[in-house]
Unconditional design. Sequence first.
Length: 51
Amino acid sequence: MEEAEYCNRVSIMVDGRIEALDSPASLMKQFGATSMDGVFLQLARKAKRVE
């Protein structure tokens, strides 16, 4: 996710649906994260695991 911080806009999908779409700075502010890794981890925790 480190490379995502250099992009103009990022989307993150969870369970096949776009859960976040914005600039890295906006997403980090929205999720209260200091890096895109933090944003990703918050979103990934919501994923439903199918076995």
